[in-house]
Design a protein around this ligand. Structure first.
Ligand code: NAG
Ligand code: NAG
Ligand code: NAG
Length: 309
């Protein structure tokens, strides 16, 4: 995720402007990139004029973990913490924490791989938007983005992702909590009309219909908001990587500071593949960790947690 500028556009106008190409000075690098947004509240359609998308980014970022050349490091199983609401439920499941760990500059979470012969088709997870607090010694803005996505790890050319972000603009700012989606290298869009608060449960599903088209669905499940963004003309995905990540995003060309955040559990985390009915789960996924800031571990094949250090 990467942010540069912010300007408000209704969703339908944004889609039209992007589709217009030449005359649009804010056009995205992939000219035929286009999308439509449908939203419901408790099953009732939200009018297009009520849907607020803000285009907030251009450029690309992916997981630069490999460039860091960081040594793999083991995190002890007992370091795993549990989301309060699910503590008792999860405590009855067998902990695993045998996944390999690897360092990253900006991603903290689980990365699993499909194959070129049987690509990732869909990724799913539930997660709770965390409570974020400023971290002493970190630069501003400080931000934490939690998301599920396809590609950006071994496949660097594109990344389709959606989730929430908490952000402190500066040392005196209060936190902003927002929902967003992005098809890199195109910019991200925040969904201003989808309210986000700490503790809210979200469900994210990204269902690709080809390597350049797909549908992102993001819901506040208890309250009844569902946003479905149908996208085509995205940069070609390899559909090789399935990810459940808490990220320290890029703002401009700099990584944000990383606030502290309450544990983010990705639940019912799975990805499906183009062929077959078997699912890619968390077991065997690489656990990416940002040294001194954040760690992650699997709990079982459907549940993983990322936590602040
Ligand atoms: C801090 O950020 C807030 C917006 O979150 C802004 O209103 C305020 O002016 C900023 N303060 C400084 C000192 O930049
Ligand atoms: C989102 O869902 C939570 C329950 O998980 C609910 O308490 C909260 O009010 C909802 N948030 C909004 C802004 O609708
Ligand atoms: C995903 O998209 C396919 C079309 O490619 C559709 O048949 C399927 O029902 C969708 N799955 C979900 C869970 O939305």
């Amino acid at each position: 995720m990467r942010f540069l500028t912010a300007f408000l556009l209704p969703a339908c106008l944004a889609a039209q402007a992007l589709a217009q190409g030449k005359s649009n000075k804010n056009k995205d690098p992939v000219e035929e990139f286009t999308f439509t947004v449908e939203a419901t509240f408790k099953g009732k359609k939200i009018a297009q004029k009520e849907i607020k998308l803000a285009k907030i980014a251009l450029g690309k970022d992916a997981n630069p973990g490999k460039k860091l050349g960081l040594e793999k490091k083991k995190e002890k199983n007992e370091k795993k913490k549990k989301n309060q609401d699910l503590e008792s439920e999860l405590a009855t499941r067998g902990p695993a924490a045998k996944n390999p760990t690897t360092g990253s500059a900006n991603w903290c979470g689980s990365v699993k791989h499909g194959t070129a012969a049987n690509q990732v088709k869909l990724i799913h997870a539930y997660f709770q938007h965390p409570t974020c607090t400023k971290r002493t010694g970190q630069i501003y803005p400080q931000a934490s983005a939690q998301w599920a996505g396809i590609d950006g790890d071994t496949w660097g050319g594109a990344l389709l992702q959606s989730g929430t972000v908490c952000k402190f603009d500066n040392a005196s700012a209060t936190v902003r909590n927002e929902a967003w989606w992005q098809w890199l290298p195109n910019g991200a869009y925040t969904i201003g009309s989808l309210p986000v608060a700490p503790g809210d449960w979200f469900e994210v599903t990204i269902n690709t219909t080809s390597n350049r088209a797909g549908k992102v669905t993001l819901s506040n499940i208890s309250k009844g908001y569902t946003y479905a963004i149908t996208i085509s003309g995205g940069a070609a995905l390899g559909r090789l990587d399935a990810e459940w990540v808490v990220e320290r995003p890029l703002y401009g060309s700099s990584l944000s500071g990383f606030p502290k955040f309450t544990d983010v559990w990705f639940q019912e985390a799975y990805a499906t593949q183009v062929s077959g009915t078997s699912k890619l789960g968390i077991l065997g996924a690489a656990q990416l960790q940002i040294p001194n800031l954040c760690a992650s571990a699997e709990y079982d094949n459907a549940n993983a947690v990322s936590w602040s250090l």
